[in-house]
Every structure is written in C-alpha cells, then in structure tokens.
Design a protein around this ligand. Structure first.
Ligand SMILES: [Zn+2]
Length: 307
C-alpha cells in the first residue's frame, strides 16, 4: 500500500518535496527551497509538513536549491539519516549550500536591522554554515546506472538527466508483498543540445511517473540559431572594441559559456583567448565540472581533449 504525497512545488515551481510511504519505510524525495516572491520564500520558515522522526532515507535528484535548499534545515531539525544522490551532486551541494547559508545569514541581518529599529523580536537565519557542514556528512554519493538498496524493500538507481552536472532521473524500485513496482521521478530534464553534459537518458518503463515541468508548454528555438547570435554579438563587439557583460548562473550556464567561447577561439572566430570569470562560486563549480569530464557527452569530451 504505497502512498505518495506532495509537500512542495504545488501551484509553483520551487520547493520540490515528495514523501513516499511504503509498507516498510518512509522516504523523502527532494527537500527544495522556495524561491521567488517574498510570500513564496516565507514558506521556507514553516515547519516540515511531515514527521521528520519517521523518515528512513532521503533521495535527491540534483543540486539546484529549489530541490536541495532546505536539506540543512531538515538536518538541523532532527533528520540524521542518509541522503542519497550522485557523487557530483554531493560535491556541488557543498558549494551551493554554503553559499545559501551565507545568503540566509545576510538576509537575517538585514531583517534584524529593520526589526531592531522598530523594537520587534529578532529572527534567526534559516540555517547556518555549521548546519550545512553537519548535513554534508549525511550525503552518500553514487554513480549513474548502479542499483542500490536504500531501505528494506526499496532500491534506487540514478539515470543521467543532462540538466546540470550530476543531475538525475531517479528510478525507485518498491517491493511489497513479493511484487515489484517502479516509480520514475523525472527531476529536472536537460535537452540534448546543451554543451558538455550527456543527453538525458531514456527510461523505457514505469508503473508510476512523477514529472516536474516548468517549460513543458513552450518550444525552445533551435540551438544553432542561439549559437549563431552569440557568435555574431561577440565578433561584432570585438570588432568595435566593445565589452560584453554576460550575467550567468554559476552552475551549468557559466561552464557552457566558457566552453562555447573556447569553441569560437578554436575556430579562429575570436582573437582573444583569456576568459576572466568574476565569481568565486562559479570558479569552484567549474573545478568540479572539470573533475567529472567522464560524464560529459563524448563529442564535447573529445573536443576538450584536443584543446
Ligand atoms: Zn534544476
């Protein structure tokens, strides 16, 4: 009598969190931060809407904060069991959650300045760097494609989702009364045109499919058009002696842009080779990407090998 309940990403696309209850175990899938408008983010302070003491295991599809950002709170509030994910995800979490803890601290300091002036009670940050350290000791990194038993009657296998480094589609095999059922959780899916990462793996069967969808009703324009435009802008700015500022997410997008700039240089379209990356967080993430070239798509891995 397996039961699935939704505890986040409801009428919104952040705060992903699902609770799977089988005859033998309770497993939390994702523990995401609410991000966006003030009212949405306020939900982060709420107590968890399930009993933390009853959890046997936590499973995480990938490192983005809207899927992982409340894990330090879960740990600080009393969950001390294992948190299963891929190995690159475990490394990215250290960078992402430490950054998140420092944002939580500065948010609380800012709010407390205001509260002090109006004589209100002060607030605590959602979690601290120490909470993150503690939570990181609970992370168990795994490789893609290996089926592992996480609790009695439940096995998990991570498949590459091609979204960010370490991202996965989670296959869960649940055995009850001698019958096995398979739940597939999509996580966030990448597309096959993204640089560096492999294409999302194809999972051919599922008894239950749990699907996240943010851009499901939109078609992206072809990647070739985007790359052509990117190239034109850079070549033109270079010709005119101009500067280009590229705002970019520290995880995924930055590494893709560095790779694309390298390709343009290799093709002789760009004169300058040096790239200055002005973000300690993006630099730390790029080092992790560099160490996991074994999970890249073969074409881009080969191109990097030649450079
Ligand atoms: Zn994501």
């Amino acid at each position: 009598m397996t039961k699935l309940t939704f505890h986040g990403a409801i009428e919104g696309v952040t705060g992903s969190s699902y609770l799977l209850e089988t005859a033998t175990a309770k497993i939390l899938l994702e523990c995401g931060l609410y991000q966006g408008r003030r009212e949405e983010e306020k939900q982060n302070d709420n107590a968890f809407s399930f009993n933390i003491g009853e959890l046997d295991a936590v499973v995480l599809s990938h490192g983005h904060l809207d899927h992982s950002g409340r894990l330090p709170k879960l740990s600080a509030d009393g969950y001390k069991g294992p948190i299963y994910m891929t190995s690159p995800t475990a490394e990215l979490l250290e960078v992402l959650l430490k950054d998140s803890a420092s944002l939580q601290r500065s948010d609380a300091e800012w709010e407390n300045k205001r509260r002090r002036r109006s004589g209100k009670d002060l607030i605590e940050p959602l979690y601290t760097a120490e909470d993150v350290e503690e939570m990181l000791t609970q992370c168990v990194g795994n490789r893609y494609g290996k089926r592992i038993s996480i609790v009695e009657g439940v096995d998990v296998c991570f498949r590459d989702a091609g979204h960010i480094l370490g991202s996965s589609i989670v296959e869960m095999f649940i055995t009850e009364g001698g019958t096995e059922k398979k739940l597939v959780f999509s996580g966030d899916l990448g597309n096959s045109y993204a640089a560096l990462l492999a294409d999302p793996e194809v999972v051919e069967e599922a008894d239950v499919l749990l699907l996240e969808s943010t851009y499901g009703d939109r078609n992206h324009r072809p990647m070739d058009d985007t790359l052509e435009e990117f190239e034109d802008i850079i070549v033109e700015a270079s010709k005119n002696g101009g500067n280009i500022l590229i705002p970019s997410f520290a995880v995924g997008r930055t590494q893709e842009i560095i790779f694309r700039l390298g390709q343009l240089y290799q093709k002789g379209k760009l004169k300058q080779q040096a790239v200055f990356l002005d973000s300690p967080m993006a630099i730390a993430v790029t080092e992790i990407y560099h160490r996991y070239q074994n999970v890249y798509n073969t074409e881009d891995a080969a191109a990097l090998g030649q450079s």
